[in-house]
Design a protein around this ligand. Structure first.
Ligand code: SF4
Length: 473
């Protein structure tokens, strides 16, 4: 960890201490513990940041409150990938302010995440939601304790949004959602600038964590009983390029594979343009890398892929899929597809359908193109008429689902390892878990199995899940 990051980490620990004193005094004064509620929107990167926010707040002495309307400190960790994400946040703020005024004068509202990296949105909050106390972005999440402390000392809204950063502050408390699995950030930001995507503008330039920082975090997690790690980055395939001593993602994977106690390794998100043969080879030879691979395709038309600035062709994508299936025969491939990108013709769309038929994805996240102000695509002419987009979306969805139905169930009769995650919500006599290829399995079991990897005979397939029987005593 670089010296200045260590300094910053120590500085934040001082603010955590100051806030501990404040919370202790407040608790004394109002005769009950102060509570917090974090609302997380968007992707796994945001979910991981929220685990750090929860860790800091618990370290300070706040207790978690499931009902946001009852909490003293409410933090919205926002997403801005699609327009409607912003609308959801504004919708809630008004309601929360009413509760603050009528029921809980202690309530403090804070906004962070990708939406707050957009100057227009910060201006909207400043003008229309002046009761919001703290606003910060994606580059300084480590400053939560400091900003909270300032909110106890200063009048008015505290806005601390950084345009960018090359800092990575390690060693912050984090509260994991699951004791047996954990996301691990390996890098932040993205340099790809796909023409429809707002992420590079709100998450900044790519910066990779030092491999030793990642490995020591994973060793610590393994000591705490974690069996499965999800390596996180906007584009994990370009991991390590900005390090003083560059390390490839494949090399990092090999080191993670050596860590005792870790039995499963997942990673997200990959980009076809940076996916190396070296990585595919490493996956093929690995005993721990899971057989689920998420590879966003976005479109099946070379013309649209060019307009999207994706830097690969449909032929290249097919070649990668072939190599993946050769190296990892059991692999399950899922993808992201955008419908209605500006200028998309019926012919382009048919190219996308054709690719879906050729690749036969196990499942796909299908999105209607969402115009994001500030992205090159937002300025493009030929925005596709809504009715046409809707029609294409429905056709794509039904094709993806019918192929998903056909490919699901291929493992019926096999006995495969399942990481047990929880008691089944519908039937308490069942437990639920996931195969290496990420498919859900429900089978008779008990609480004691949670967090263990057990062998399960897959008896029936019900589309996107299996029913099975544990073959271990
Ligand atoms: S790779 Fe493209 S779509 Fe993914 S985060 Fe980066 S710019 Fe966005």
């Amino acid at each position: 960890m670089a010296f200045e990051n260590l300094e910053e980490s120590l500085r934040q620990k001082e603010y955590i201490q100051k806030m501990q004193e404040y919370v202790e005094a407040e608790t004394e004064k109002i005769g009950r513990a102060l509570t917090y509620h974090i609302e997380t929107f968007g992707c796994q990167m945001n979910a991981k940041d929220s685990e750090k926010f929860a860790g800091i707040l618990q370290e300070i002495g706040y207790q978690e409150e499931a009902d946001e309307e009852k909490a003293d400190f409410i933090l919205y960790n926002t997403c801005t990938v699609r327009e409607n994400a912003n609308m959801k946040v504004y919708g809630r703020l008004g309601q929360l302010n009413y509760i603050r005024k009528t029921q809980n004068p202690h309530m403090v509202l804070a906004l962070c995440g990708c939406m707050m990296q957009e100057p227009d949105e910060v201006q909207t909050v400043r003008e229309k939601y002046p009761f919001v106390k703290i606003v910060f972005g994606t580059h300084n999440i480590f400053k939560l304790a400091e900003l909270l402390y300032r909110s106890t000392q200063e009048k008015g809204m505290i806005i601390d949004v950084w345009e960018g950063t090359d800092e990575i502050v390690e060693d912050l408390p984090a509260l994991r959602k699951y004791p047996f699995k954990s996301g691990v950030n390996i890098m932040y930001g993205c340099n790809n600038f796909c023409s429809y995507c707002i992420v590079p503008y709100v998450r900044g330039r790519e910066r990779s964590r030092e491999p030793e920082d990642i490995l020591s975090e994973i060793r610590r997690l393994a000591d705490e009983g974690v069996k499965e790690v999800m390596l996180l980055g906007q584009n994990v395939n370009s991991y390590g390029k900005n390090l003083n001593q560059p390390v490839t993602f494949s090399e990092l994977l090999k080191e993670v594979e050596k860590i005792d106690g870790i039995e499963r390794i997942r990673f997200m998100t990959s980009h076809p343009k940076d996916l190396s043969d070296e990585l595919i080879e490493t996956m093929g030879a690995s005993k721990k890398v899971c057989t689920h691979f998420h590879l966003p395709m976005q479109s099946g038309s070379n013309r649209i892929l060019k307009e999207m600035n994706r830097h690969y062709t449909r032929e290249k994508y097919l070649e990668i899929v072939e190599k993946l299936r050769k190296a990892v025969p059991d692999i399950s491939i899922t993808t992201d597809i955008i419908v209605g990108f500006p200028g998309e013709t019926e012919e382009d769309f048919c190219d996308t359908l054709d690719m879906v038929r050729r690749v036969r994805f196990d499942s796909a996240f299908t999105f209607i193109y969402s115009k994001r102000t500030g992205t090159p695509a937002a300025k493009m002419e030929n925005q596709v008429p809504e009715a046409e987009v809707k029609d294409r979306f429905d056709r794509l969805l039904s094709l993806v689902q019918s192929i998903g139905q056909e490919t699901s169930g291929r493992d019926v009769g096999r006995t495969l390892p399942v990481l047990v995650e929880e008691i089944n919500h519908q039937d308490q006599t069942l437990v639920s878990g996931r195969l290496s290829n990420n498919t859900v399995v429900h089978f008779p079991g008990c609480e004691a199995m949670i967090g263990r990897i057990v062998n399960v005979k897959l008896k029936e397939s019900h589309g996107f899940y299996y029913l099975g029987e544990c073959t271990e005593a």
